[in-house]
Design a protein around this ligand. Structure first.
Ligand SMILES: Cc1cc2nc3c(=O)[nH]c(=O)nc-3n(C[C@H](O)[C@H](O)[C@H](O)COP(=O)(O)OP(=O)(O)OC[C@H]3O[C@@H](n4cnc5c(N)ncnc54)[C@H](O)[C@@H]3O)c2cc1C
Length: 580
């Protein structure tokens, strides 16, 4: 997959997709799979903004039972099954528990009823899943059963818990990239680091967009019969470049954060009541606030989600240490055995979500519940433009399918049905993930450790052999880039040559898992930079700049890191050779 600026400039596309978050990536894949000519650009790297932040949960519908919205419950359940099916190497079933108590909304009877309704509405959930990935019915656990699974909940006031299965993305960045790689294989023309500066119009029709290549500074137009705006919380900024559209906000911007911490427990996610407002005489919370979700992932825990209103420029938000400490206090109060301190915080995820206008208490954020698809021809009389406002990673594939269905109408082309609900994603074409893993690990080349092979299958699925092929060119690329990870040097080379990685952060955060759970060690930073330098022709100065930029990125998100303690460059030539 290569940046193709020349074709972007010269071709008129059926669709120009602006924004390569999960919604834009899904639109590009869906449209390319149906045979449309597609261009996709992002002002940063694919998946570098909100889509990079999540609890990694593909939600079934249980949480929407309380909204009394059976359609949404069914949709979420269908999508959970779809993700498990199309990306079996990257999405796996995840057991989840939620304590029951004596309140009206969370007592055992209410929760048992909710589980039954959820099971009924998701009765087809296993229809196309292989035998190892079936999602059993939800069930009620006694307090003892719950504690035998998660002893750390011992001090949480509860009468028992419910247990159900959602799904977890082991690597949401590679999942997003799989859509992009698949779209590119089907002919989509793509470029990261291309910003759209304004939409271009002819009369009452959008005919494309003015673009700037942020790597070279070149500006050029991209023309298309239809533009789909998938710019997430930048939607209003892009629409404001059109004189035809009244500048009114389509949603309010809120910020959402998760903490990535020392692992509290493994294997099962749990929701516990946060926001303590005291307890009654029997120890049950007096007032229910948000539910904190603790998700085991990558030998860490992801804990969240903490929401706030934030109208400023997205890049400016930074939680101060006092705020992080208050989140830790809330977690430690909810789970007294956690004993989390600032030193246990490895990383802070920060992303932006559409919210309803702020009313009442400033600390209450009402998120937009369902994704929106705007047809500007209908809403404002401006043809050639659709806008998606996405609210969940889970629903991105579905919303994209609806958008491309509508695109066919707008383009006046004979309709072709979407195939993304059953076509395997890049690397996902396997009958049974469990069998594929066992057989691949058993047949691995003698030089590869078992853990390395498991890592490759999880990251690349059926395409893992493309990584192994690099070892014929340079056997040393089999070495992990750091002792703390199974990521091999060959993966860095592949990211640059075939996955459009341009910066060190692209590799650390979105092509490999080296930096997804926090700042990688210095060896990983320098070794990756030197491997990339060999491919991209960076000199020592550029290498150093990349390492410093990566380090400062982590410092910006995590105020607990010291921005003056920059990583030291390797001291001598011998080291330099080792790193490369
Ligand atoms: C902390 C947190 C936890 C979450 N947890 C979950 C979860 O567990 N499960 C779940 O289903 N969902 C979760 N979500 C929600 C989910 O992450 C988002 O709904 C989803 O990622 C939004 O995707 P998007 O493509 O709309 O936006 P984005 O990922 O922000 O993509 C928009 C893209 O547009 C690009 N762009 C903007 N302007 C321009 C321009 N002018 N030119 C070119 N490109 C442009 C941006 O660079 C960006 O890459 C969570 C969100 C957060 C913040």
């Amino acid at each position: 997959m290569q940046r193709d600026i020349t074709t972007l400039k010269e071709h008129t596309f059926d669709l120009l997709v602006i924004g390569g978050g999960i919604y834009g990536a899904c639109v590009a894949w869906d449209a390319a799979l149906r045979g449309l000519s597609v261009a996709l650009v992002d002002k940063g790297d694919f998946g570098g903004e909100t889509s990079a932040n999540s609890l990694k949960i593909i939600h079934g519908g249980l949480r929407y039972i309380q909204d009394a919205n059976p359609w949404l419950v069914t949709l979420m359940s269908q999508e959970r099954s779809t993700w498990l099916k199309i990306a079996p190497h990257l999405v796996h079933p995840l057991p989840c528990v939620l304590p029951t108590d004596q309140s009206l909304s969370r007592n055992r009877f209410t929760m048992a009823t909710a589980l039954s309704v959820n099971d009924f509405l998701s009765m087809n959930r296993n229809a196309e899943l292989d035998e190892h990935r079936q999602l059993p019915r939800g069930r009620i656990l006694s307090r003892e059963e719950c504690l035998s699974r998660i002893p750390a909940l011992a001090h949480v006031p509860m009468t028992g818990a419910i247990l159900w299965r959602d799904a977890q993305m082991v690597n949401s960045e590679r999942l997003l990239l799989s859509f992009v790689l698949g779209a590119n294989e089907r002919g989509a023309v793509l470029a990261n680091y291309v910003a759209i500066t304004r939409l271009l119009t002819e009369g009452n029709r959008v005919i494309g967009a003015a673009a700037r290549d942020l790597l070279t500074g070149e500006t050029f137009p991209i023309t298309a019969r239809l533009v789909i705006n998938c710019t997430g919380v930048w939607t209003d900024e892009l629409l404001a470049t059109l004189p035809h559209i009244q500048p009114h906000p389509r949603f309010h911007r809120s910020v959402a954060c998760n903490l990535v911490t020392r692992q509290l427990w493994d294997d099962v996610a749990a929701g516990v009541p946060g926001h303590f407002a005291g307890t009654d005489t029997e120890g049950y919370p007096l007032k229910r606030g948000r539910t904190l979700f603790i998700t085991p992932w990558q030998r860490c825990s992801i804990i969240g989600t903490f929401h706030a209103h934030f109208a400023g420029p997205p890049e400016n938000y930074r939680p101060e240490p006092e705020l992080i400490q208050s989140w830790l206090d809330e977690i430690n109060h909810a789970i007294p055995t956690a004993h989390l301190t600032l030193a246990d915080v490895y990383h802070i995820q920060r992303g932006y979500l559409p919210a309803a206008p702020q009313e009442g208490r400033a600390d209450t954020v009402q998120l937009v519940r369902e994704s929106q698809l705007h047809d500007h021809a209908q809403e404002e009389g401006l043809a050639g433009l659709l806008t998606i406002v996405g609210v969940k990673y889970t629903t991105a594939r579905y919303t994209a399918e609806k958008a491309v269905d509508l695109a066919y109408q707008k383009l006046n082309y004979p309709f072709v049905a979407g195939r993304t609900s059953h076509n395997p994603l890049w690397g996902g074409d396997m009958e049974s993930f469990a069998r594929f893993m066992i057989e691949t690990v058993a047949d691995r080349p003698a030089r590869l450790r078992r853990e390395q092979m498991i890592h490759l299958v999880h990251s690349y699925g059926t395409t893992y052999k493309t990584i192994l092929a690099y070892l014929d060119e340079e056997p040393r690329w089999q070495q992990p880039v750091t002792v703390r990870s199974d990521v091999m040097a060959a993966e860095i080379i592949h990211a640059v040559r075939c996955e459009m990685a341009q910066t060190l952060l692209d590799v650390l955060l979105r092509r490999t898992e080296l930096g997804v759970a926090g700042l990688p060690d210095e060896a990983a930073l320098w070794r990756c930079a030197h491997l990339m330098a060999g491919e991209l022709g960076w000199d020592d100065q550029q290498c150093q700049e990349e390492v410093v930029a990566a380090y400062l990125y982590y410092c910006h998100l995590n105020p607990l890191l010291d921005p003056t303690a920059l990583p030291e460059p390797p001291i001598d030539k011998v080291n330099h050779e080792i790193y490369a």
